[in-house]
Design a protein around this ligand. Sequence first.
Ligand code: PMP
Length: 402
Amino acid sequence: MYTSKELMEMEHKYGAHNYHPLEVVISKAEGIWVEDPEGRRYMDMLSAYSAVNQGHRHPKIIQALKDQADLVTLTSRAFYNDRWPLFAKKLAEFVGKDMVLPMNTGAEAVETAIKTMRKWGYLVKGVEQDKAEIIVFEENFHGRTTTIISFSVDPDARDHYGPYTPGFVIVPYDDLEAVKRAVNKNTVGILVEPIQGEAGIRVPSDGFLKGLERICRENNVLLAVDEVQTGFCRTGKTFAFQHEGVDPDIIIMGKALGGGVFPVSAVAANENVLGVFKPGTHGSTFGGNPLACAVAMAAIDVLVEEKLADRAAELGKYFMDGLKAIQAKTDKIKEVRGKGLLIGLVLNESAGKARIYTTALKDKGLLCKETHSWIIRFAPPLVITKEEIDRALKMIEEVFVG
Ligand code: PMP
């Protein structure tokens, strides 16, 4: 058995560089709790960036994993398997689209959406293939592949990885006029996060998504909503675009689709859009594998059975009200923002760096993460209870107020 210190040193020596906002090693987890090798318990308020909405090792999801592991785990896409058709049907019906395409990671699903929009642009809209443009937004985060970082504005994500993939027009977030100016006959799609998670829980103005939908309809452009972080009940609705009654052409999903157990991502759309892929034109060895499908079906069941959307809405409000009460007692907090259980605490400049507070919270037994150096994010598993939120608020108050 290695100590946390030994494990961190081993990783630094043999693992290529990775970003760790906090020095903690996790070796066990259950529900909203994680534990290090020394047996210290922490409340997880990051949920693996919203991938653990159902809570760590949810019994129903783990059972599905075990049951499927006893039958067949991987077939490749060369053969049909007996899980993917069931999962495809379940997910398509769950999101209300004709069909879904399975991938593994969020970035792969975003790449799939980009390819869909471009191919649709060529086949349906008649845009010359090297002319296609997709509108994206400043401060976006959609993943780390070479195409996706080509339209990132974050130097850490982008610098020195060129040459970059062309065909993306970056406009300010939450600015419909800028979008209108950018649209032209070669525009095939708009790719948007309904709330910018990695940028620090940036919630756009009411009507922004609806406005994007209108622009898309008026200009024969596809609307692709990246729900990788916001989806599966995180913001108090199954998907964040539902807050505005929007019907996107393409829904991009990942993270919590795998129930915190397994990488599972997917893109959903109607036949007239996703039908642009013909056999052999796109796919992945692991996409739609039986283990992933079994896990994802159980992950969806848990969201529905435990009414996690309603829970996130109710407890999110409770948590935000508690944070606002703390804000009233200190001049360190500038703003409490978010939706459901996707919450950002924006610090005043005089408060110093966010890392001071996230480290102090870790020492008290609460794991969360800073974004930039002045925003702290709280995104606990959605199975958190009111009492646990009270415990979290107490720790946060001790750190910010004393
Ligand atoms: N889209 C969004 C909105 C995300 O937040 C993330 C990951 N933080 C991704 C895509 C990429 O997902 P993955 O890390 O699984 O590739």
